[in-house]
Design a protein around this ligand. Structure first.
Ligand code: PGA
Length: 249
């Protein structure tokens, strides 16, 4: 049985004071939730405030991005070691917004994932097709490439979580239907089985992301291969985030 994971990606929202308030409300609401793992991904500058607020709770903290070099003259960059030392357990890698606006590629995803794993972080590797790619009927080819080139060279992916996030569903209010996401998740699990074997494929968590809301989470969650959610917009309100976490009960 895979424990569900519900993760809130706060993106470029909140400042340290409002991040601490949001974290406090989430902590209050989820104190007795023991059926799911919960994580929040605040902006880098809010991590310290969120860490203080969540200290001793069951909620994990993650960073939204990283750079694979351990240290050096890379102005503005943050390494996996820095993230780990700041109290984060996880890191997002290859989010579509990083791919679209900041030139993230599968090659960089691989370097970052290797570096995150060696720093003891649990990477959440994001993959997914654009609308154009879906309409061209090449969704599976895209997923195949993103898995092969993004993490295929890594021997053990036990600490990795995959987030399937169709780009056309992120922040648009258009959610993939349970059939569409289920099909993609099953396909991804098959790719994992081909490369790493059945045990790894059975155990790895594959999250769905893209306009997840309290009113669509339950029907997605009912699908066997959906192991939780990566939530953007709806994670910025403690009550909608709580309702989404509750839907995986
Ligand atoms: P959204 O974002 O829930 O606002 O669509 C999801 C994500 O980008 O992780």
């Amino acid at each position: 049985m895979r424990t569900p994971l519900v993760a809130g990606n706060w993106k470029m929202n909140t400042v340290p004071s409002t991040a601490a308030e949001l974290a406090a409300r989430i902590r209050h609401d989820s104190e007795d939730f023991n059926f799911a793992d919960i994580a929040v991904f605040p902006p880098f500058v809010c991590i310290a405030a969120v860490r203080e607020t969540l200290n001793g709770s069951n909620i994990e903290i993650g960073a939204q991005d990283m750079f694979w070099e351990p240290e050096g003259p890379y102005t503005g960059a943050i390494s996996a070691g820095m993230i780990a030392e700041s109290g984060c357990a996880r890191v997002l890698i290859g989010h579509s917004e990083r791919r679209t606006y900041f030139g993230e590629t599968d090659e960089k995803v691989l370097k970052n994932t290797v570096s995150a794993l060696s720093a003891g972080l649990k990477p959440v590797v994001c993959i997914g097709e654009t609308l154009e790619q879906r309409e061209a009927g090449i969704t599976e080819t895209i997923l195949d490439t993103q898995i092969k080139e993004g993490i295929g060279a890594i021997k053990s992916i036990d600490a990795v979580t995959i987030a399937y996030e169709p780009v056309w569903a992120i922040g648009t209010g258009k959610t993939a239907t349970p059939d569409q996401s289920d099909k993609a998740h099953r396909y991804i699990r098959g790719l994992i089985a081909d490369r790493w074997g059945d045990d790894v494929s059975r155990n790895i968590r594959i999250l769905y992301g893209g306009s997840v809301k309290p009113d669509n989470a339950r029907t997605l969650w009912e699908r066997e291969d959906i192991d939780g959610f990566l939530v953007g917009g709806a994670s910025l309100k403690a009550d909608s985030f709580r309702d989404i976490v509750n839907s995986v009960k």
